[in-house]
Design a binder for this molecule. Structure first.
Ligand code: FNR
Length: 393
C-alpha cells in the first residue's frame, strides 16, 4: 500500500483527472473504456460534468473559519464527509482486490459504500472490510428466488439499506464496449476472443494480477440454486435480465424489512412514486450517463426532485462529480450526500486501495477548502443562497 500510495501522491496526482490518466495507462482498453464510457453519443456523460460549470458560487467573504465540520448522517449512519461510494459492477475486473479494496478505503475515510449486485467478492467479506455504513444494491438477475437469497444474506451480514436501481429496463448501448469486444471477452469462445487479446498483453501488470486472481471472477452474490455463483455475464445481457419495476417493490419490501433507497430518479413524479412505495431515500442519478443518452444532467434534475420530495425523504445525487466543488454545489442545491462512481474507479484502476484513498482524500480536501472560501464552517450551513444557477432548473 505504501509503494502504491507513492504512485498516486502529489505532484503526480493532484486531481481526479490525474487518476483517470494513470488508470488509462494501467488498464487494458476494454476495462478502462468500460469504466470511463457512457451510452451512445455520450451526450449525458459529458453534460453531467459540464452542467456543474453553469453553477457559480456567491461566497460570504471575511468570515474565515479555522475549523470546518464536514460530518453528516445518512439514514441515521454517521459519515465523516457527505460522500458515499456508488455501486460499480465488475469492480474486480478493474482491480483484483476489487470491492475489498474499495471497502477498506471507505472505512479509512469514514464514508459509506454501496455494493453492487455485480460484485466479484462475497458481500459478507466486503462488509467485514469496513466499519462504515454499507448498503446493498439489488438487481433481479437470476430471478426472484436468487434475489431473495441475496437480500437475506445482506440483512444477516449487517447491510443497513437496500438500494433499488430503477433506470436499467435494458442496458444502455455502450458503444465503446461493443468495439472493444467486452461481450466476446466475457462470454465468447476462444476464437471470438482472439482479436481482442492483444490489448491485454499490452498491460502486463494488470494481466498478471488478473491471472493470479484466477481470471474472470464469478458473481459471488448471485447464487443460482444447484449451480453456485453465476459466471460473469456480458453487461448488456446481464442488465437486460435484471430490471426492477414498481410491481416488484411489494415483495422486495417484505423480504428486506429495512430502509429502501431508490436509485435512478430524474423527475418529481418518480420521486413521489418512490416515496409512495416506501423509499426512505432517493438517489437522483442517470447512472453516470450509461443508460438513456439524452437525459438531463442530474444536477439539473436535482431541484425538481428536492421540491417534490419536500423534506419527506433524504435526497442524494450522483453523476458527473469530478471535484469537491461539484459536491459542494450539489449540497447547496439541497442534496444530503453525494455518490461518486468513476472518481473512485479511476483511483482503483490506478493503484488499488491506495488510489481509492487518494480519490477520497482529494475530494475531501476540495470540499473543505471550497467551504472555507465560501465562508461556511459546517455542511449544515450550505444552502441555495450560496450559488447562482440558471433559471428554469
Ligand atoms: C456503474 N453504475 C452502476 N449503478 C448501479 O446501480 N449498479 C451497477 O452495477 C453499476 N455499475 C456501474 C459500473 C461502472 C463502471 C460505472 C462507471 C457506473 C452507476 C454508478 O452507481 C453511478 O450512478 C455513476 O457512476 C455516477 O456517475 P459518475 O460519478 O461515475 O460520473
Amino acid at each position: 500500500m505504501i509503494g502504491t500510495a507513492h504512485r498516486v501522491s502529489s505532484p503526480r496526482v493532484v486531481n481526479i483527472e490525474d487518476l483517470r490518466r494513470l488508470a488509462k495507462r494501467r488498464l487494458p482498453r476494454v476495462v478502462f473504456d468500460y469504466l470511463d464510457g457512457g451510452a451512445e453519443a455520450e451526450l449525458t456523460l459529458r453534460e453531467n460534468c459540464r452542467a456543474f460549470e453553469a453553477i457559480t458560487f456567491r461566497p460570504h467573504q471575511a468570515v474565515a473559519a479555522a475549523q470546518c465540520d464536514l460530518r453528516t448522517t445518512i439514514l441515521g449512519s454517521k459519515i465523516s464527509f457527505p460522500v458515499m461510494l456508488a455501486p460499480v459492477g465488475y469492480t474486480r475486473l478493474i482491480h483484483a482486490r476489487g470491492e475489498l479494496a474499495v471497502a477498506r478505503a471507505a472505512s479509512t475515510a469514514g464514508v459509506g459504500y454501496v455494493v453492487a449486485t455485480f460484485a466479484g467478492h462475497k458481500l459478507e467479506d466486503v462488509k467485514n472490510a469496513t466499519s462504515g455504513p454499507v448498503w446493498y444494491q439489488l438487481y433481479l438477475i437470476g430471478g426472484r428466488e436468487v434475489a431473495e437469497a441475496a437480500i437475506e444474506r445482506a440483512r444477516n451480514a449487517g447491510y443497513s439499506a437496500l438500494v433499488l436501481t430503477i433506470d436499467t429496463a435494458v442496458s444502455g448501448l455502450r458503444e465503446r464496449d461493443l468495439r472493444n469486444g467486452m461481450k466476446e471477452l466475457l462470454a465468447g469462445n476462444i476464437f471470438s476472443k482472439l482479436p481482442y487479446l492483444p490489448q491485454m498483453f499490452a498491460h502486463p501488470a494488470w494481466l498478471t494480477s488478473f491471472l493470479l486472481d484466477g481470471g474472470l471472477p464469478s458473481l459471488e452474490n448471485v447464487i443460482v440454486p444447484g449451480q453456485g455463483p453465476m459466471p460473469l455475464v456480458d453487461v448488456s445481457s446481464g442488465l437486460a435480465a435484471a430490471a426492477i419495476t414498481w410491481k416488484d417493490f411489494g415483495w422486495i419490501r417484505e423480504s428486506w424489512r429495512g430502509p429502501i433507497v431508490v436509485k435512478g430518479i430524474l423527475t418529481g413524479e418518480d420521486a413521489r412514486r418512490a416515496m409512495d412505495e416506501g423509499a426512505a431515500a432517493i438517489i437522483v442519478s442517470n447512472h453516470g450517463g450509461r443508460q438513456l443518452d439524452g437525459v438531463a444532467a442530474t444536477i439539473r434534475a436535482l431541484p425538481e426532485v428536492i421540491s417534490a420530495v419536500n423534506g419527506e425523504a433524504e435526497v442524494l445525487m450522483d453523476s458527473g462529480i469530478r471535484r469537491g466543488s461539484d459536491i459542494v454545489k450539489a449540497l447547496c442545491l439541497g442534496a444530503r450526500a453525494i455518490l461518486i462512481g468513476r472518481a473512485y474507479g479511476y483511483g482503483l484502476g490506478a493503484a488499488g486501495e491506495a488510489g481509492v484513498a487518494r480519490a477520497l482524500g482529494i475530494l475531501r480536501a476540495d470540499v473543505e477548502r471550497t467551504m472555507k472560501l465560501l465562508g461556511c464552517s459546517a455542511v449544515g450551513e450550505l444552502n441555495s443562497s450560496l450559488v447562482n444557477y440558471p433559471c428554469g432548473w
